[in-house]
Design a binder for this molecule. Structure first.
Ligand code: PLP
Length: 411
């Protein structure tokens, strides 16, 4: 359990930590100050585009009026843990122990901090998949851990390359956990039952704790069928991460939770230590916990809100995907969940070195901010957030197309 320190983190070999993103934000701010109309399709924040449902906001206000501004139980409010258990019973026919299995956190981010602090000693390894959600690597490395990489295979619709994974893990020492993201950020892929079953087998073969980040599990479209790891991992050491940032459209509440269902020795030990961390930070935002409990329990309002929001998200994602694949300069796999598309740039057709130069110059010259693929571990890709109105997406894609054409390599 080591704190490596910021200097070391920022000079590490992986090079994924922060800087280019911060630089992009600085450039965007400067451009906006100069009066430029910058289109930002770089942040996966649904609340910027869809209002947090009124019934959830009302529950937050009600909690405040009921003086719920005290420290809540560090494990999480009983009402919220019961709401989470009811959600998993309803959606996945799971029977969780409300008193022990669910620990409420300040977003999935805090759950990841806890997991890394509990599991990693300096030099330990965790299995990540490229392309990854960037914070996974930053949080792993700041705890002294190192990533071992499996692949989501673009040629196979971004599904997991299982043979490569088996080969990579063979004989590998000091492996502690493996983390999958389903549905995925940045690719929008939804993993099928068969793949998850195989990953469970591989986790067991390598005696790993398997963690699934399912923060987008209600943002599904194009007939995607979602299976929670918890439905297939009985008897396997595992944990599920989820929260309110995406499904309940309230990222600013900072609400998440970790579910550790097993009662084997490792799972019990993990639970015990995660709870110790929870105890040390005293409480999670109290009124937000009651708002989120209502967000989950009021099934009628929740369904109504989701049917509108996910309907719109599907439409916008499919529209973005269509425009991308009409372009000569990039191609993408169709997303079936979350709110991202992750196209590969046909970089050889342009007078541009790589995705880092592409995103930087796109922002400066066409005033569109996207995220470079290298930050997710996949060079020469870009991540586009598909949340804005279609007319904004259209304008962004027109600008991107114009930028690519201007930088086209002559045949
Ligand atoms: N996990 C994934 C896959 C995400 O995409 C994000 C945010 O974009 C998070 C976790 C962060 O979650 P939270 O807001 O609950 O900290």
């Amino acid at each position: 359990m080591g704190f490596v320190g910021l200097m070391e983190l920022f000079s590490n070999s992986s090079g994924y930590a922060g800087n280019p993103v911060e630089e992009q934000d600085m450039i965007a701010r400067a451009l906006i100050k100069k009066g430029k109309k910058v289109i930002k399709i770089n942040r996966g924040d649904p609340a910027v585009y869809f209002k947090t449902p009124k019934y959830i906001v009302d529950a937050y206000v009600k909690a405040l009026r009921n003086n719920r501004s005290y420290y809540e139980y560090f494990y999480g409010a009983q009402e919220l843990r019961e709401a989470v258990a009811a959600r998993y019973r309803r959606m996945y026919s799971l029977s969780l122990n409300v008193e022990e299995d669910i620990i409420v956190t300040n977003g999935v981010s805090e759950a990841l901090i806890f997991l890394n602090n509990v599991l990693m000693n300096r030099g330990d390894r965790a299995v990540m998949f490229k392309p990854f959600y960037t914070l996974y690597i930053n949080l792993l490395e700041i705890s002294g851990g190192k990533a071992v990489y499996g692949n989501y295979n673009e040629k196979d619709n971004w599904l997991i390359d299982l043979d490569h994974l088996r080969r990579t893990l063979r004989g590998m020492k000091r492996l502690k956990y493996m983390l999958i993201t389903n549905p995925n950020n940045p690719t929008g892929t939804v993993l099928g039952r068969k793949t998850i079953k195989e990953v469970v087998d591989i986790a067991n073969e390598n005696d790993l704790i398997l963690v699934s980040d399912e923060i987008y599990d209600e943002i599904l479209f194009n007939n995607a069928k979602f299976t929670s790891l918890a439905q297939l991992a009985k008897g396997t050491k595992h944990a599920i991460l989820n929260g309110a940032s995406k499904n309940l459209d309230s990222p600013g509440f900072r609400m998440g939770y970790i579910i550790i269902p097993g009662d084997d020795k490792v799972s019990s030990g993990l639970k015990e230590l995660v709870v110790k961390y929870a105890q040390m930070r005293l409480s999670v935002n109290t009124p937000a916990q009651y708002a989120v409990a209502e967000g989950m329990n009021n099934i009628k309002e929740h369904r109504k809100a989701m049917s509108y929001m996910v309907g719109e998200m599907a439409d916008r994602a499919n529209f973005t995907y269509k425009l991308i694949n009409e372009s000569k300069y990039m191609e993408a796999v169709k997303p079936n969940g979350a709110f991202y598309v992750f196209p590969k740039l046909n970089i050889r057709d342009m007078k541009i070195k790589d995705d880092t130069e592409f995103t930087r110059r796109l922002l400066l010259e066409a005033n569109v901010q996207v995220t470079r693929g290298s930050g997710f571990g996949s060079k020469n890709h870009i991540r586009i957030v598909t949340l804005p109105d279609k007319n904004i997406i259209q304008e962004a894609m027109d600008r991107i197309e114009g930028f690519c054409r201007k930088n086209k390599r002559e045949a």
